[in-house]
Design a protein around this ligand. Structure first.
Ligand code: FEO
Length: 183
């Protein structure tokens, strides 16, 4: 008896996204190595924590696919591209990767909608929300860097920022989580 509750197309799309999340984990891992090598241990710590978070995303896709009777395929992981040239470049690259990841997720949401696969659609909503946070987090870093002077920031400001990044929460605070009593 076939107990698979995913179309072949949906199974392949979820499997591909599982591998995309692993690629994201490698990106954060490699940028963390770059940051640590540059002396930004706070940023490195943040990026490595995030690398683990991306791996958790990968596991979510794996578990969901298995729970729906599918079987995800692990593919070779692409090598992260060029190293960042500066902290600003690092977070601009991260922002672009996150936007790309959001677009990849939206494509699967579209597919779930087309197929009326409401279970997958519901599962994917967690990622739609998560991507808002991920993009916001990268934007926050860029804003703070800009205030510190961007690429022309002084060493002391960068070290101060580095310390702050190392202590920052992993999740961005979103407007929807705030209200008049908790602005
Ligand atoms: Fe799992 Fe940063 O996207």
């Amino acid at each position: 008896m076939n107990t698979k509750r995913l179309s072949e197309k949906m199974e392949a799309a979820l499997s591909e996204q599982m591998n995309n999340e692993m690629f994201n984990s490698q990106i954060y891992l490699s940028y963390g190595i770059w940051a640590d090598d540059q002396g930004y241990s706070g940023v490195a710590n943040l990026l490595w924590r995030h690398s683990q978070e991306e791996r958790d995303h990968m596991i979510k896709f794996m578990n969901y696919t298995l729970n729906r009777g599918g079987k995800p395929q692990v593919s070779a992981i692409r090598q992260p591209g060029e190293e960042p040239k500066s902290l600003k470049d690092c977070f601009e690259k991260i922002f672009k990767y996150e936007v790309q990841n959001t677009e990849n997720i939206y494509k699967i949401v579209d597919l779930a909608f087309e197929e009326k696969d409401w279970a997958s659609w519901n599962f994917l909503q967690w990622f739609v929300k998560e991507q808002i946070e991920e993009e916001t987090l990268a934007m926050d870093f860029l804003d703070k860097l800009e205030i510190a002077g961007g690429d022309r920031a002084k060493d002391e400001s960068l070290l101060e920022l580095d310390k702050m990044f190392g202590q920052m929460a992993d999740e961005a605070e979103l407007a929807r989580d705030t209200d008049s009593e908790n602005p």
